[in-house]
Design a protein around this ligand. Structure first.
Ligand code: PGA
Length: 240
C-alpha cells in the first residue's frame, strides 16, 4: 500500500457515504489496491461494502487471540469483518493506552500469523528531534518491536509525534534521510525489506506534492486530511 487513510475515531456511517461519493468522483486511479482506509472497528464491514476496490484495515488489535478478553478485538475478528491490514504502534495508542514496544511486538506476531498485513508506526518526540537523536530513537523502536519477528509484508510508517495533527512537518530531505536509515536498518539488522516506508504527520493535498519527491518516501499515512474524500483523492492523485 502507498497511501492509507487513518480515520481515527471519526466519521459515522452517513459521513462514510458522502466520503465515498467524493472520493470516487475525484480519484484518478486504476489500481486502488494500493490505497487503504482504516476506519473505527465498527465501520470496517460497511467500508468493505462501500469502498469496493480499496483495502480496509483496523487501527489496532489485541495481542491475544479469541477468548475471554472483554473489550478487545482479536486479529481473527478484525479479519472476519473484512480487514486486510492493521495499523500498530501508532503514537496515540502508545500514549493513550500506554502501549509498550513489547506489546506491539506480540501484536505484530499475531497479525502476521492471522494474515493481516501490519502497518507499524515509529516516530520521535519533539525533544528527541531537537536533541538530534531521531535516527537512534527510531532504530531502537524498530529493534524492540521486530525482535524475533520473521517479517514478510511489513509496511512501516515514520510519524514524528510532533508533526501529527500540528500542521508542521520536517523538511522533505530530513524525512527522506530517516526513511533511508529505516530501510537500511530493516535490511541489515532485521533481515527484511519493508513493502513500503510511508510518512505520516500533517500530510495534506498541498504539501504531498513536495514530500513525494523524496526518493525514499514511498507514500503516506494520512490522518486529518483523509477525513474528506475530496482531499484524500487529491493526495492519492498526487502520489501516482
Ligand atoms: P495527521 O495524522 O495527518 O492528522 O497529522 C497522521 C496520523 O496520525 O497517522
Amino acid at each position: 500500500m502507498k497511501v492509507i487513510a487513518n480515520w481515527k475515531m471519526n466519521l459515522p456511517t452517513p459521513d462514510i457515504r458522502s466520503w465515498t461519493e467524493n472520493f470516487y468522483s475525484n480519484v484518478n486511479l486504476d489500481d486502488s489496491k494500493t490505497i487503504g482506509v482504516a476506519p473505527p472497528f465498527t465501520h470496517i464491514s460497511n467500508c468493505v461494502t462501500y469502498l469496493q476496490n480499496l483495502r480496509v484495515g483496523a487501527q489496532n488489535i489485541s495481542s491475544r487471540d479469541l477468548g475471554n478478553n472483554t473489550g478487545e478485538i482479536s486479529a481473527s475478528i478484525a479479519k472476519d469483518s473484512g480487514a486486510s491490514f492493521v495499523i500498530l504502534g501508532h503514537s496515540e495508542v502508545r500514549e493513550n493506552l500506554d502501549e509498550q514496544s513489547s506489546l506491539i511486538n506480540k501484536k505484530i506476531a499475531i497479525a502476521i500469523e492471522k494474515n493481516l498485513s501490519p502497518v507499524v508506526c515509529f516516530g520521535e518526540s519533539r525533544e528527541s528531534y531537537e536533541n538530534g537523536i531521531t535516527k537512534d530513537f527510531v532504530c531502537s523502536q524498530l529493534k524492540e518491536c521486530f525482535e524475533g519477528i520473521k517479517a514478510e509484508t511489513i509496511i512501516i510508517a515514520y510519524e514524528p509525534i510532533w508533526s501529527i495533527g500540528t500542521g508542521i512537518t520536517p523538511e522533505t530531505n530530513e524525512i527522506n534521510e530517516i526513511h533511508n536509515t529505516i530501510k537500511d536498518y530493516c535490511k541489515n539488522h532485521l533481515k527484511f525489506v519493508p513493502e513500503s516506508v510511508l510518512y505520516g504527520g500533517s500530510v495534506t493535498d498541498k504539501n504531498c506534492k513536495n514530500l513525494i519527491t523524496g526518493e525514499n518516501i514511498d507514500g503516506f499515512l494520512v490522518g486529518g486530511a483523509s477525513l474528506d474524500g475530496n482531499s484524500f483523492a487529491r493526495i492519492v492523485n498526487n502520489c501516482f
